[in-house]
Design a protein around this ligand. Structure first.
Ligand code: FO1
Length: 351
């Protein structure tokens, strides 16, 4: 057993589930002020590598739902009922946009939240990378963990659905079904994932505007220099999966000397929250701790995991080459989540 005196923890996260997990990590490892996302993370430290697959342009501003959910949750500004956007929100701008008939009419930007998007959009237009923009926004919110976008370039999740208008796309797959691709937010928010769906694809570009999105140097060193890396119990396909599909991240996880611990996002065959089961269906994976653990795979093979934390209800889970521990997984309070994190450390011999 290795007892860590100082700990560098890196967590791959999405939105609501990821933010709750980070509250537990902050409780467990203490809050380290990170004035700058690119600054020295100090000794006890938690760094979050946050999904940017949900990021989108709406009404001319750049929305980063998962970064903002983490920032507002950890900074005390989240609306606790919705799990996204600001507490005490008003919707005057949304109403005015609707009065103009502006598109999209299915996505709500609150007045308080809009200020965040305006600052972000101005800074991006001035040439600041998203990592620095996020650090600047966090200067206000002081989340106590370092929030790093998985990439500084576009890496949006798009979704292939059936095209019932019939005249916008061809039948390239030759299966008799016309298809089109829409942004993930449209699929999730407008259609509630309830349309015939065929797959997900990342749409983006590399640092030079071509190729595919790459992880930032800050993300790669956060993974390579960590003592332990957690895959949060976020959506394994469109949150953690989208992070893993950023160029360089999978390789960094394979190389790091840190132990990599995954936390199951399903309990007894049902997702902890959200519509993870819809995404799993789309890619042909069963909604079970077993199937998701096997999907991530063992680091001793070609996969990513040194340990897989599942709910007590899933205690019979066995994943080839991966030690499994069953613990209470409900993140009801940061203290409960911190206990779950301790179980993860113990599983890989770090506590
Ligand atoms: N979710 C909704 O269901 N409806 C909305 O109008 C909406 C607006 C919105 C604005 C900013 C933001 O950061 C998040 C927002 N969300 C909204 C939540 C979010 O889009 C999704 O739940 C996630 O992207 C999925 O994790």
């Amino acid at each position: 057993m290795t007892r860590l005196v100082t700990v560098k923890v890196t967590v791959l996260v999405g939105g609501v589930g990821g933010a709750k997990f980070l509250q537990g990590a902050r409780e467990r490892f203490g809050s380290t002020p990170f004035p700058e996302a690119t600054g020295d993370p100090g000794e006890h430290s938690v760094t979050a590598v946050v999904n940017v697959g949900d990021d989108a342009w709406m009404h001319g501003v750049r929305i980063c739902p998962d970064l903002d959910t983490c920032m507002y949750t950890l900074g005390g500004g989240i609306d606790p009922e919705r799990g996204w956007g600001r507490a005490g929100e008003t919707w005057h701008a949304k109403e005015e946009l609707a009065a103009y008939g502006a598109d999209p009419d299915w996505f709500g930007l609150g007045d308080r939240d809009l200020a965040t998007h305006l600052i972000r959009t101005q800074m991006l237009a001035a040439g600041y990378p998203l990592t620095e923009v996020t650090a600047a926004l966090c200067n206000r919110w002081r989340p106590g963990v370092r929030l790093l976008p998985a990439s500084d370039t576009r890496h949006e999740t798009h979704v292939v659905i059936a095209d019932d208008d019939g005249d916008r796309a061809g039948d390239a797959a030759g299966d008799g079904i016309r298809k089109r691709a829409i942004h993930f937010e449209e699929w999730w928010v407008r259609y509630r994932a309830d349309v015939p769906t065929f797959g997900f694809a990342q749409v983006g570009s590399g640092p030079d505007g071509t190729g595919r999105a790459e992880a930032t140097p800050a993300v790669l060193s956060a993974i390579e220099e960590a003592d332990v890396v957690f895959l949060a119990p976020s959506n394994p396909i469109v949150s953690v999966g989208a992070v893993l599909s950023v160029g360089g991240i999978r390789g960094a996880l394979r190389r790091t000397s840190a132990k990599v611990v995954g936390v199951s996002p399903v309990i007894g065959g049902a997702p902890l929250r959200g519509m993870a089961d819809r995404c799993l269906d789309v890619v042909g994976l069963e909604t079970s701790a077993q199937a998701i653990g096997a999907h991530f795979g063992a680091r001793s093979g070609n996969g990513l995991l040194d340990g897989w934390l599942v709910a007590e209800e899933d205690a019979d889970t066995a994943v080839d080459g991966v030690p499994v521990a069953a613990v209470p997984l409900l993140m009801t309070t940061p203290t409960h989540t911190a206990a779950m994190i301790d179980a993860g450390l113990e599983l890989v011999g770090l506590a």
